[in-house]
Write a protein that binds this ligand. Structure first.
Ligand code: COS
Length: 386
């Protein structure tokens, strides 16, 4: 067992940290306050190869491994979780499923502009009536000449407003209810209309919108086989959840960093609060839980990179890291006391940002369900496609 990062992994981690400290962290509070998607930032990330970290070089990516990508998400989210989710959805939920399930033609056509950051990607599964019960989606794709007529609406779509490429799910078999009749498609910006932008508790530098779709697509837009879309969605989420776990980890690390420094400076009863056991124990718990989450997250990423089953490991990583982030960002506010509750310090933002990691890409309840099915052998962990 080797716990050390490779030279390449350390290099990409360092490079991302440097960029995040210079270009993201100093602006994060303003982006949050102004609810601004920092569109100009993504060109800079692209220049460093961070919009396609684990995409092969011949398709426009940086050619690094999945753990490197996870390290990038952790570092970005440590500075601004909204930036973290935009890169996470773009990569794990749009670029990677096209890479894994697309034809050669689709890969060559859609992946390079995404990996080079010329286009931003999104993932459109959720609808008003189908969140956790993803198989209940109602958007239809009805045969229409050489392709399909797609009609419906999608809700809570990250980056809806800025994305140019959407991995999109619709029901092609209208006779079948549930997961079986769903197919996956690759849509462009002009296929969708953004009908609403959500106002959220946090993650204000990312965008979340509602889509209306009333469009024809040709056959070449079908991703993988007809009727196999639910499997594409599940496999995508298996990897995506490791990314959200890394986002949660980055947020918790940021909260810990602030709380630790504050505790060394702030004085009460004649000494630094870090010298009071009440604060020491909080910091010790934070550090321990962050370490535990990091081990789960990196292990899940490593399993995925090895081509090993990672459904259960990814669900465990997301479950623990996200709940840990909510717990520990709250603890950070407690350590800072009244200051923690103000916008003078970033910990209140971390607390607001952390909560969503327990909800999107599968709630904590869904992660427990996935883990329970796996440990009770109610559902066999699916073989990983080549
Ligand atoms: N990988 C590959 N295939 C999978 C899979 C996985 N991880 N999980 C399930 N499947 C397959 C099953 O093998 C089954 O295939 P067959 O029809 O060939 O037997 C099919 O998908 C249906 O599976 P299942 O019966 O388990 O579906 P359920 O409707 O019970 O739903 C859950 C399963 C709850 C796990 C799923 O709906 C889910 O993940 N929900 C949360 C959705 C989510 O995360 N949304 C966030 C969107 S992004 S913000």
């Amino acid at each position: 067992m080797d716990f050390s990062l490779t030279g390449d992994q350390r290099e990409i981690q360092g490079l991302t940290r440097e960029l995040a400290q210079a270009e993201i962290e100093p602006n994060a509070a303003a982006w949050d306050r102004e609810r601004r998607f920092p569109v100009e930032l993504y060109g800079k990330l692209a220049e460093l190869g961070l919009m396609g970290v684990c995409v092969p070089e011949e398709l426009g990516g940086a050619g690094a491994d999945f753990l490197s990508y996870i390290l990038v998400l952790e570092e970005l989210s440590r500075a601004d979780a909204g930036v973290g989710v935009t890169v996470a959805v773009h990569t794990s939920a749009c670029t990677l499923p096209i890479l894994a399930f697309g034809t050669d033609e689709q890969r060559e056509r859609f992946v390079p502009p995404l990996a080079r950051g010329e286009k931003i990607g999104a993932f459109a599964l959720t609808e008003t009536g189908s969140g956790s019960d993803a198989g209940a989606l109602r958007t239809t794709a009805v045969p229409d000449g050489e392709g399909w007529r797609i009609s419906g609406t999608k809700q809570f779509i990250s980056t809806a407003e800025q994305a140019s490429t959407f991995v999109f799910f619709a029901r092609t078999d209208l006779e079948t209810d549930g997961a079986r009749g769903v197919s996956a498609f690759i849509l462009d910006r002009e296929h969708v209309e953004v009908t609403r932008e959500e106002e959220k508790l946090g993650l204000n530098s990312s965008s979340t919108g509602e889509l209306r779709i009333e469009t024809h697509v040709d056959r070449d837009r079908l991703l993988h086989e007809e009727g196999k879309g639910f499997m594409v969605a599940m496999r995508t989420l298996d990897g995506g959840r490791i990314g959200i776990a890394a986002q949660a980890l980055g947020i918790a690390q940021a909260a810990y960093d602030v709380a630790r420094e504050y505790a060394k400076e702030r004085r009460t009863f004649g000494k630094a609060i870090a010298e009071h056991q009440a604060i020491q124990f909080k910091l010790a718990d934070m550090s321990t839980e962050i370490d535990a989450a990091r081990l789960l997250v990196y292990r899940a990423a490593w399993l995925k990179e090895q081509g090993e089953p990672h459904t259960e490991a990814g669900a465990k990583a997301k479950l623990f890291a996200s709940e840990m982030a909510t717990r520990q960002t709250s603890a950070a506010i407690q350590i800072l006391g009244g200051y923690g509750y103000t916008k003078e310090f970033p910990v209140e933002r971390y607390y607001r940002d952390a909560k969503i990691t327990e909800i999107y890409e599968g709630t904590s309840e869904i992660q427990r369900l996935v883990i329970a099915r796996s440990i009770l052998e109610l559902q066999r962990e699916p073989a990983v496609p080549a």
